[in-house]
Write a protein that binds this ligand. Structure first.
Ligand SMILES: Cc1ncc(COP(=O)(O)O)c(C=O)c1O
Length: 418
C-alpha cells in the first residue's frame, strides 16, 4: 500500500508527537511518578468542576435537552440557540457587532486551525501559493503540521527586550515583517503558548492594518484569552474588525474532553468553516455546547472567568515565580519571559553550555518533565539560531507542591548550565 504525499506528511510523525510519546512512557514507567511540568492540560479547578457537575445533572434532569444532546445531529454550524447566546455575549461583553451568522462550531481549536489554515493557505485557484504568516516565533506547536501542502508557514524571529533583572519580552519585529502577495492569512495566539506573551494592543492593531491592506484575515487564537477562559494577567483589548477571525475554545475553561471551539469571523468565513465541518465530520459533538449554552445566555461564563479562573491561575503563576526567586541562582543569567497569560513559564538560558534538549534529558532523569523550546520555532526560522535551543516551557497548572519541587530541581540544574 502506498500513501499519498499528504498521507505521508500527515502520518510521518512530528517532533512533538515523539516528545509526547516520550512523556507518556516516562509517566507509565516504574519508579516514582515524574513531576509533570510538561503538558498543556488545564488545571482541575474545584469550583469549575462543581459547575460542570451541576450542568450535567441539569441536562440529565431535562429529557428534551438530554435527547438533543445524545440523540440528534446538530446542523454542521452548531446549535442555533448556542450560537445566538454566544453572539449575545460578545455583543454585551465586548460590544462586537456579531450575530449567529458570524459563528461556526468546530471540534476544538485544533480542528478550527486545520480548517482556517487550509481555507487561506495552500494553492490558490490560479496556481499561486498562499502561506500563513506567523509574525512572532516562538508560537503554538500545534499549528506546525496542519498544512495539507508542504511549506505552508512563513514565520519570523521576534525582537527581544530586557524588561527587568531576569525578565524579558518578545515583540513583533515590524521592520522585517514582509506581508507579500504569497501571504494568505496572518495568525497569532494571544496570550501566546509557549511564552506567555501578550501581543500589545498597538502590535495587534498594526497587524490588523497590514491584513486589511492586503484584504487577508488576521486570525487571533483566543485559547487563553477573554471573554473565556480569561487566563490573562495584563491589559489586552480584544479586537473585532471585518478582517479579524477569533478562535475561542472551551478547553482551557476546563472542558478539553468536550472538544468544542467557536470560530467567530465574517459570515463568509463562518459559512466556509461550517461547510468544511459538514464534509469532514457531518456535525459537531453536542456535549460541550449543551454544558455552556445557558452559561453563555446568562453571561455567567464571564463571571466565572473573571472571579474563578483568572484569579486561580494568577495565584499559581505567582507561586511559581516565588519558587523561581527562591530556587534559581540569582547570579546565573537566566531570564523568564514576562508572564502575561496562559499556563506556562518560558525560561531562556542565554549562552547556556547545554542545549534545551540536553537540559530536558537531564531533568527527565531527575524526575521532572518540561518541554524543550526548540519545538515552538518552525516555519522559516533557521535551525542554527541559538535562541531556539536555549528555552524551556514549564507548566504551572499542576499541583502546587509538584510545581515547586520541579522548579527547585530545575534551579539546581541551571546552576550547572553556565
Ligand atoms: C494556543 C493554543 N491554541 C489552540 C490549542 C488547541 O486547543 P483545543 O483543540 O483543545 O481547543 C491549544 C491547546 O493547548 C493552544 O495552547
Amino acid at each position: 500500500m502506498k500513501f499519498s504525499a499528504f498521507g505521508q506528511r500527515a502520518s510521518r510523525g512530528s517532533g512533538i508527537e515523539n516528545l509526547m510519546d516520550d512523556l507518556g512512557k516516562a509517566l507509565s514507567g516504574s519508579g516514582p511518578a515524574p513531576l509533570m511540568l510538561g503538558g498543556g492540560n488545564p488545571a482541575h479547578i474545584p469550583e469549575m468542576e462543581a459547575v460542570w457537575n451541576q450542568r450535567l445533572h441539569e441536562i440529565l434532569d431535562d429529557p428534551a435537552t438530554l435527547r438533543r444532546t445524545l440523540a440528534i445531529y446538530d446542523p454542521p454550524r452548531g446549535n442555533a440557540a448556542v450560537l445566538t447566546a454566544l453572539a449575545g455575549l460578545l455583543r454585551t461583553e465586548l460590544g462586537w457587532e456579531v450575530g449567529p451568522e458570524n459563528i461556526a462550531v468546530t471540534p476544538g481549536g485544533q480542528t478550527a486551525f486545520h480548517f482556517l489554515f487550509n481555507l487561506f493557505g495552500g494553492k490558490r485557484p490560479d496556481g499561486s501559493p498562499a502561506r500563513i504568516l506567523l509574525p512572532l516565533m516562538p508560537e503554538y506547536i500545534g499549528y506546525a503540521n496542519q498544512g495539507l501542502e508542504e511549506g505552508m508557514f512563513a514565520s519570523q524571529r521576534p525582537g527581544i527586550s530586557r524588561t527587568a533583572p531576569h525578565r524579558f519580552k518578545y515583540h513583533i519585529d515590524f521592520s522585517n515583517l514582509q506581508v507579500g502577495p504569497d501571504i494568505g492569512a496572518i495568525c497569532i495566539s494571544r496570550p501566546t503558548n509557549p511564552s506567555g506573551n501578550l501581543v500589545t494592543d498597538e502590535e495587534l492593531t498594526r497587524l490588523e492594518r497590514l491584513a486589511a491592506g492586503r484584504d487577508i484575515p488576521l486570525i487571533i487564537d483566543n485559547a487563553y484569552g477573554w471573554p473565556f477562559p480569561g487566563i490573562v494577567f495584563s491589559e489586552a483589548k480584544p479586537l473585532w474588525t471585518p478582517h479579524t477571525i477569533h478562535v475561542m475554545s472551551l478547553s482551557k475553561l476546563g472542558l478539553p474532553g468536550t472538544r468544542t471551539a467557536f470560530v467567530v469571523g465574517p459570515p463568509q468565513v463562518a459559512s466556509a468553516v461550517s461547510s468544511m465541518m459538514a464534509v469532514t465530520g457531518l456535525a459537531n459533538g453536542n456535549f460541550g455546547q449543551s454544558i455552556v449554552g445557558p452559561l453563555f445566555a446568562s453571561g455567567e461564563i464571564t463571571r466565572l472567568a473573571r472571579e474563578i479562573i483568572q484569579p486561580y491561575y494568577r495565584r499559581k503563576r505567582d507561586a511559581a515565580l516565588e519558587a523561581v526567586a527562591e530556587f534559581f541562582p540569582a547570579d546565573a543569567p537566566y531570564a523568564l519571559h514576562e508572564s502575561e497569560g496562559a499556563l506556562f513559564l518560558w525560561l531562556w538560558l542565554e549562552n547556556s553550555k547545554k542545549t534545551s534538549r540536553e537540559l530536558y534529558q537531564n531533568l527527565k532523569e531527575r524526575g521532572v518533565l518540561v518541554v524543550p523550546g526548540e519545538y515552538f520555532f518552525f516555519g522559516d526560522i533557521a535551525e542554527d539560531w541559538r535562541h531556539r535551543h536555549e528555552c524551556l516551557r514549564i507548566s504551572f497548572a499542576m499541583d502546587d507542591r509538584d510545581v515547586r519541587e520541579g522548579l527547585r530541581i530545575i534551579g539546581s540544574e541551571i546552576a550547572g548550565a553556565f
